[in-house]
Design a protein around this ligand. Structure first.
Ligand SMILES: Cc1cc2nc3c(=O)[nH]c(=O)nc-3n(C[C@H](O)[C@H](O)[C@H](O)COP(=O)(O)OP(=O)(O)OC[C@H]3O[C@@H](n4cnc5c(N)ncnc54)[C@H](O)[C@@H]3O)c2cc1C
Length: 342
């Protein structure tokens, strides 16, 4: 196990509410690390609707999911938060009063005074394609994400899907893999047109294969694949040598490990005190879509408000002896100094 990273606050989830919480905590001199399972910052806004317009962010008539993420990142820049992406928080253990030791699935350990759960709908988990027996190869030859490209060097690699993830990995892994076969259910791709063009050029020059149809069977021993059968939309059946498979069928949200952290749950949501957004465990707060209270609205603006109130209580755990004076950013020169604007 690696040496613990010490921080005032650890935020689980880098969605919009986790990001804005960095701002509110930063104004109170509280240092933050954030962990997210995704390979990108922005939670649902970045993963589910980056191009879609949002019309109900106060003071911003229209902004896309991607645009909002970029603006929040710009806003929290002065506080220099540290992001740990591609990692899932798995365990939370109480070590102080308050104080927590938190570990990720990659073996990283944090020690924090305060834990803020901003985990949204929970963890994004890959959808499993409907291929009989695929579970047996998960953790062996079937991967739903690329953690290390080197794993795919010299492999007969099958990538399944037609979105950006599938096409991006076709193009990124093409130089490393022995041979790539892309399988998609129709000859029409949702991915960026430029990526589709590049993929088609590789197919046309014989550097990779494209099969239109569905994977119907897998062959191998233990969790090691040796071949996959693809049934074409025209009825043809092709057996393809394959010792690694990357299916990209999108993501679903599941509560995941949050359920095991000793927090009360109501319908998979975390009840909170609406004056502080603290949970039943002192020092653990829950903001954004993951919490519940009478009248809760799963809106980004609710999560922003929750982050502001959470910070007022969290700072008391981080600096128990400090008197916190409420100030406006408009008129406080000390806040403006922290923001680097004065
Ligand atoms: C299509 C669509 C349109 C929407 N439009 C609007 C709109 O117009 N206006 C509006 O206000 N809201 C809208 N919403 C809702 C809005 O996106 C959510 O309210 C908002 O994203 C909640 O933010 P959050 O930070 O609480 O959680 P999320 O955005 O869900 O982020 C949570 C993050 O936590 C991470 N995570 C979870 N568990 C762990 C773990 N154990 N370890 C590490 N990381 C973890 C997840 O990977 C995720 O990135 C829309 C939602 C959808 C799906």
């Amino acid at each position: 196990m690696s040496e613990a990273i010490k921080t005032d606050v650890l935020i689980v989830g880098a969605g919009p509410c986790g990001l804005f919480a960095v701002f509110e905590l930063g104004l109170l001199d509280v240092k933050v690390h954030l962990v997210d399972i995704l390979d990108k910052i922005g939670g649902q806004c970045a993963e589910l609707y980056p191009e879609k317009p949002i019309y109900d962010i106060p003071g911003i008539p229209m902004i896309t999911g991607h645009g909002l993420t970029e603006s929040l990142l710009e806003q929290i820049k002065p506080f220099n938060p540290t992001f740990h992406l591609n990692e899932m928080i798995e365990t939370v253990e109480k070590i102080g009063d308050p104080g927590f030791r938190v570990t990720t699935d990659a073996g990283k350990v944090f020690e924090c005074k305060v834990l803020v759960v901003a985990a949204g709908g929970g963890s994004f988990q890959p959808k499993r394609p409907p291929v009989p027996g695929i579970e047996a190869y998960e953790g062996g030859s079937v991967h739903y994400a690329v953690r290390k490209m080197e794993e795919f060097r010299d492999k007969d690699l099958m990538i399944v899907g037609g979105g950006d993830s599938a096409l991006d990995w076709v193009l990124n892994l093409h130089p490393l893999a022995k041979r790539i076969t892309l399988v998609h259910r129709r000859d029409d791709f949702r991915a960026a047109p430029h990526s589709v063009e590049q993929m088609r050029a590789l197919v046309a020059s014989g550097q990779m294969d494209l099969l239109i149809g569905q994977v119907t069977a897998l062959e191998g021993e233990g969790n090691v694949l040796s071949a996959a059968t693809v049934k074409g939309n025209d009825g043809t059946v092709t057996k393809v040598a394959c010792n690694a498979m990357l299916p990209f069928f999108g993501l679903t949200m599941k509560l995941g490990p949050v359920a095991n952290w000793g927090l009360h749950l109501e319908n998979n949501l975390i009840p909170v005190d609406t004056g502080t957004f603290e949970t039943n465990v002192p020092g653990i707060f829950a903001i954004g879509d993951i919490n519940t209270y009478p009248g809760k609205l799963k809106l980004i603006l609710s999560g922003f408000h929750e982050g502001a109130l959470m910070a007022q209580k969290a700072v008391k755990y981080v600096y128990p002896d400090k008197r916190v004076v409420f100030q406006y950013t408009t008129s406080s020169s000390s806040l403006q100094k922290k923001l680097g604007v004065n």
